[in-house]
Design a protein around this ligand. Structure first.
Ligand code: GAL
Length: 691
């Protein structure tokens, strides 16, 4: 047995420590993401102690892998470990963190296999490696464990469990070196903030990116696309971005990136006419280059050994490959007015992607390219927009740790509404964004429920690439769909400010309740679920599912969103301790309990924390709503909404504060705490929602 060694920790920033085993990995995921740590912002979070007993963190270097072992307390719960779609609690699971399409099974295969976990005890761990690793998240019990679980007899002991409590996480990383980074808290949210800021801070989308998106069917023409935008306007449905699917190109799968002039005779006019109506154009593309693409000749010698759908897989770690691509994209797309991309297929399905043994000209293995390809493409495209001092916002189907600052939102081809919400909850642990996009629905009720959810996500979108569904496709719910789309628009100042805090403070704009103080009812991780009723056919080792809150989440600091699913007239909502108010009426609820809500078909249940302040765009002005009884404060962010000038200080913060006067009445006041460019929002009016 190889000797377990201790690690030597080095402080990277206050509350952030790293240790390297063997020779430092060539890049690690943070190297591939190439983000600049926000040291000053991390320092503002203050000092905190190293969160774990250092002597209990050990590594073992074996012939072909490094095994990192980190201790666990009995009551500790773990979150994160890749964007998971079915579970929040990761303790007791094995996660093989491989970039892959989520295939509707809770195996760990995911579009964002970020090797990051967040502990309920208030710290986070990143294994900064681009290799495909296996995380045994509290499943392994060693012979020499200091805290072994009791051994039990399955025949006679009802407490026997197939999954005894382990006192450590063990991570097996291929190769002989790895970097481990630990983020202190003391709360889980502070640990996540430090992680996000080390990765450069969260992305700040352009303001229009937070509006409403609609993707048109695959073979739509320019005329049909323009007519679709007109329909939105005439019917009163807001539209900010229209997405073109594969048919805008002459060929797709693999791609030419060349406008099909039959279907799109005049892309400049398309972009200009839509822009005049406030609508941006987003282009679908996958990164596999068709032999008929004008880029083929330039990229052929800078591509991998294998093809995807007969297209090249360019090695975008080579600067000339990225330069050739962005020169063409810039000329053919950006200069014509395109606002961004949907980067498809960078997650891959084994049967059509390159194999792990593929070779690439810069020397990275097929495995490493698979884990990082999404990061590489996001980096290239973000840099291209940045060179024009224009922000972009788009979609990506595969990303990884370190990509926190890239303005891309993950999506996939699965369509379970519940899984979509679980992923939204999980995204906040990992520094990624996920959209519960709406595509189609078997019933009007489901269509509305899905629209209600997407309007409370980081990218509100209908993806009608296959079905051609419109917001008004189900006439009986069309008014309610319009209403929630307009509500999304009204919430813009609130959402944009939440994203600004993601950027400047690392605060995830969408997050699970487990990241709130007292947000998750006691994790009780130390109690292993005993075996359920014996079942010799389905699963002889089945245990009852854990109680985890994976169907409600926070949007910003104050809004708690609890989606309803088709077929349900009511649902249970866990309200964390403190007071909560109904977003629509201001009605008060005591927190620290579960309540049952039945808001009817028209509304998605949303609650506001006691003292919560929610600025809304109403009638050209800013309606500042205060909820509950407590005094409250909100930081309203503003800038030009389009450029990177905010990085040069061109932004403002306005403090919105509700306090009680000497007579005990609530009064609202606003104060510019960081002056900047002229404000984008109209006149401000206070509205106190809770009597
Ligand atoms: C899929 C993608 C869909 C749609 C489709 C077009 O891979 O997930 O959203 O874009 O390609 O062919």
């Amino acid at each position: 047995m190889a000797e377990a060694q201790q690690l030597t920790w080095q402080q990277e920033a206050p509350g952030v420590w790293s240790a390297t085993v063997g020779e430092r990995e060539p890049a690690g995921l943070l190297g591939f993401a190439a983000s600049a740590p926000q040291g000053e912002a991390i320092a503002l979070l203050g000092e905190t102690d190293f969160p774990l007993p250092q002597a209990l963190i050990t590594v073992e270097t074996q012939a072909d892998r490094v095994v990192v072992r980190l201790p666990l307390e009995p009551d500790e719960q773990l979150y994160g470990l890749g964007l998971q779609f079915q579970s929040l609690h990761q303790r007791g699971k094995v996660r093989r963190l491989r970039m892959d399409h989520y295939g509707a099974a809770d195996t760990g295969a995911t579009h964002a296999p970020c090797p990051v976990y967040v502990s309920s005890r208030g710290y986070a761990v990143l294994i900064n490696s681009e290799r495909m690793m296996t995380v045994y998240a509290g499943t392994t019990v060693r012979r020499d464990s200091p805290h072994p679980p009791p051994d039990r007899d399955r025949t006679t002991d009802p407490e026997w469990t197939p999954n005894p409590l382990s006192d450590a996480v063990e991570v097996a990383v291929p190769g002989r070196s790895v970097e481990v980074i630990i983020f202190g808290g003391p709360t889980p949210l502070l640990a996540v903030q430090r992680y996000n800021l080390l990765c450069g801070g969260g992305c700040l989308p352009p303001r229009w990116g937070l509006g409403f998106w609609h993707r048109v069917p695959m073979a739509f023409t320019q005329a049909e696309t323009e007519a679709e935008a007109v329909q939105f306007r005439e019917r009163g449905f807001p539209l900010d971005v229209i997405g073109l699917e594969p048919g805008w190109q002459t060929r797709c799968y693999p791609c030419t990136y060349e406008w099909d002039r039959g279907r799109f005779p005049d892309p400049d006019a398309l972009c200009a006419r839509l822009a005049a109506q406030g609508v941006r154009v987003n282009l679908w593309a996958n990164p596999y280059v068709s032999p008929r693409s004008p880029l083929y000749e330039q990229l052929v010698d800078m591509s991998g050994s294998h093809t995807v759908w007969c297209g090249l897989v360019p090695d975008y770690t080579l600067a000339p490959a990225a330069e050739a691509t962005t020169a063409y994209f810039d000329r053919e797309h950006l200069a014509r007015g395109v606002s961004g991309y949907k980067i498809d297929e960078v997650d891959g399905i084994d049967a059509w992607l390159w194999p792990d043994h593929a070779t690439f000209p810069a020397g990275h293995s097929g495995e490493v390219m698979r884990q990082t390809y999404g990061l590489q493409v996001q980096r290239m495209l973000t840099g291209m927009f940045r060179a024009r001092n224009r922000r972009t916002y788009g979609l990506v189907r595969g990303t990884n740790a370190g990509g926190v600052g890239y303005p891309y939102v993950i999506y996939n081809d699965c369509y379970s509404h519940r899984d979509f919400i679980t992923a939204l909850c999980n995204s906040g642990f990992l520094g990624v964004l996920w959209t519960p996009e709406a595509r189609s629905a078997p019933t009007a009720e489901e269509w509305l429920r899905r629209l209600q959810t997407t309007c409370f996500g980081p990218l509100a979108m209908i993806n009608a690439w296959a079905d051609g569904t419109k917001p008004w496709s189900f006439p009986e719910v069309a008014d309610a769909v319009r209403e929630v789309m307009l509500l999304r628009r009204r919430l813009l100042p609130c959402l944009y400010s939440a994203f600004a805090r993601y950027h400047f403070e690392g605060l995830p704009p969408f997050r699970a309740l487990a990241l709130e103080q007292g947000g998750a009812p006691s994790p009780a991780a130390g109690v292993r679920p005993a075996q359920g009723a014996l079942d010799a056919t389905a699963n002889p080792y089945a245990v009852p599912p854990p109680r985890e809150i994976k169907d409600e989440y926070m949007m910003g600091d104050s809004l708690l969103v609890a989606p309803l699913f088709a077929g349900e007239a009511e649902r249970t909502v866990w309200l964390p301790p403190g007071g909560w108010c109904d977003f629509y009426t201001g009605a008060w609820y005591d927190g620290g309990q579960e309540i049952v809500v039945a808001p009817g078909l028209e509304r998605i249940p949303v609650f506001v924390r006691d003292g919560g302040i929610v600025p809304l765009l109403v009638d050209g002005g800013l309606e500042v709503r205060h909820y509950g009884r407590a005094e409250g404060r909100f930081l309203l962010y503003d800038d030009d909404g389009e450029t990177y000038d905010y990085e040069r200080g061109e932004y403002s913060w306005t403090e919105l504060r509700a306090t009680r006067d000497s007579g005990g009445a609530l009064v609202g006041a606003s104060r510019v705490v960081k002056p900047g460019p002229p404000p984008s929002y109209g006149e401000l009016r206070w509205r106190f929602m809770t009597p």
